[in-house]
Design a protein. Structure first.
Length: 213
């Protein structure tokens, strides 16, 4: 199936209240333009330099999301234009985003990435760090925490995935307010389970663009 029919197909299966991020990491400008032509405007990348490069080479009404692990020394490349950073996983990174946002006269929307998987390799804050980092963030004038992001374990066990997403949903429900309203959970293999658990931002790559070579 073509990229544009994939986009339309996925949009038809998710509720209107759920936003679709087309994850375009390692995809060419041409592939991204096919999704763009199908009406897609939200794209997610996981590498700061690749993101900057694509921003410069693609239409400027695209909203670019940083969804992958972000090193503090790379924030400067994306601070002028990024529309949402999903992967705040330390106070150091939060402080750096605030500094670079200020230099660009911007307020940058951010999600706190929470570690919910059993794998030790996945990044994220521990649930018991959320209070502290939210308190710190209130003093930082150029960042705006709008919600949470999490990745489930890489497993076929749907019950486990469901448990992990439901853990993050509980945290989200504890903090939800006018400002904290976004819950980013779910990729190609598990977005249906994520939506059942209240996700309103799904990050889908291979289901749109095909498997990576
Ligand atoms: C690559 C990636 C995705 C998309 O994964 P697919 O399985 O291709 O849908 C989602 N979220 C993050 C953080 C990613 O790095």
């Amino acid at each position: 199936m073509s990229i544009d029919s994939k986009i339309l197909q996925i949009k038809n299966t998710i509720p209107d209240s759920v936003e679709l991020i087309a994850v375009s990491k390692k995809r060419s400008v041409n592939e991204i333009l096919k999704a763009y032509t199908a009406g897609q405007r939200l794209f997610g990348e996981n590498n700061a330099l690749e993101l900057k490069d694509k921003y410069q080479n693609l239409p400027n009404d695209i909203k670019w999301h940083m969804i992958g692990h972000l090193q503090s020394n790379k924030v400067k490349y994306i601070a002028p234009f990024v529309s949402l950073i999903h992967s705040i996983d330390s106070i150091k990174l939060l402080t750096e985003v605030n500094k670079r946002a200020e230099q660009n006269n911007r307020i940058i929307d951010c999600l706190l990435q929470i570690h919910i998987a059993t794998e030790t390799t996945k990044y994220g804050l521990q649930p018991n760090q959320v209070n502290e980092i939210l308190t710190i963030s209130k003093k930082l004038e150029n960042i705006n925490i709008t919600g949470f992001m999490g990745m489930a374990s890489y497993t076929k066990n749907k019950k486990q995935i469901n448990n992990e997403f439901s853990q993050l949903r509980k945290i989200f429900n504890n903090y939800k307010n006018n400002n904290i309203h976004q819950l980013s959970m779910g990729m190609s293999s598990d977005y249906k389970i994520a939506i059942e658990n209240g996700s309103n931002l799904v990050r889908i790559g291979s289901d749109i663009f095909g498997k990576h070579q």
